[in-house]
Write a protein that binds this ligand. Structure first.
Ligand SMILES: C[S@@+](CC[C@H](N)C(=O)[O-])C[C@H]1O[C@@H](n2cnc3c(N)ncnc32)[C@H](O)[C@@H]1O
Length: 222
């Protein structure tokens, strides 16, 4: 039954962005040198200590929002440490109000991924899995470089490796992401996605509104 009223993505862009290849190639060739923000650097250094102490496989849940998926992934992967990452303190605080995190195998961190992914790369981290569930689509054509595959940090996301899982309600986002991966030498599969048990707040909202969902998977490890 359709209960929600979330509107599907509308864009002034027809299909894959005409500048996608040019933008991705430029980012693959140039290092991203913007200085790190202090708060993300501090959060990263703290996590580094916790990781060293935990000695478990690492799973990243980037753009975790309120962290529903982070808690679910921690149950799915009891052997791992799952780290939920989001820049929104407001969303992360909602999680803390509803879940008891004590003794759980997951951590939520407020970070900017433009910095965090570069720091994790520099430190040589190799997550076993990397989830990127419903990132902001930025559907306006002029916002191509705000989409993760159009951003300067994209090569670092790839370098981190792991089994990547990206989900979106905008098929063009995945088609573009797939082309960007191809330019970097990685293959991927896109499939329609449906679930009885939504893993995130946005997944639930989109599905309740009858929107189509898609999933992209790629094995990024060398
Ligand atoms: C559409 S929401 C999806 C949240 C969650 N994955 C879900 O499905 O419910 C996108 C999330 O990406 C986060 N985000 C966007 N840009 C970010 C960045 N540069 N660093 C960290 N998080 C970011 C936002 O704060 C927001 O919570």
């Amino acid at each position: 039954m359709m209960q929600g009223n979330s509107r599907s993505v509308s864009s002034n862009q027809q299909g894959i962005h005409e500048n996608l290849q040019k933008v991705v190639r430029r980012h693959l060739q140039q290092p991203f040198q913007k200085p790190y923000q202090q708060h993300t650097l501090e959060a990263f250094l703290n996590l580094e200590k916790q990781l060293a102490a935990a000695d478990r496989p690492l799973i990243l849940d980037s753009c975790c929002g309120t962290g529903l998926s982070t808690a679910a992934l921690a149950q799915l992967h009891p052997e791992a440490l799952v780290v939920g990452l989001d820049k929104s303190a407001h969303r992360l605080t909602k999680h803390q109000a509803h879940f008891d995190q004590a003794g759980q195998n997951y951590i939520l961190l407020q970070v900017d991924l433009n910095d965090f992914w570069r720091l994790a790369c520099e430190a040589g981290w190799q997550p076993s899995h990397h989830y990127l569930l419903y990132p902001n689509p930025w559907p306006k054509s002029r916002h191509l470089q705000r989409r993760w595959h159009g951003s300067a940090v994209f090569p670092y996301l790839l370098k981190l490796g792991g089994q990547l899982e990206l989900r979106s309600n905008w098929q063009t986002y995945l088609d573009e992401f797939q082309m960007a991966l191809q330019l970097a030498g990685y293959s991927s599969q896109i499939l329609p996605y449906q679930t009885e048990t939504p893993m995130t707040a946005f997944e639930r909202k989109y599905q309740n509104s009858g929107q189509g969902l898609w999933q992209l998977r790629s094995q990024l490890s060398a």
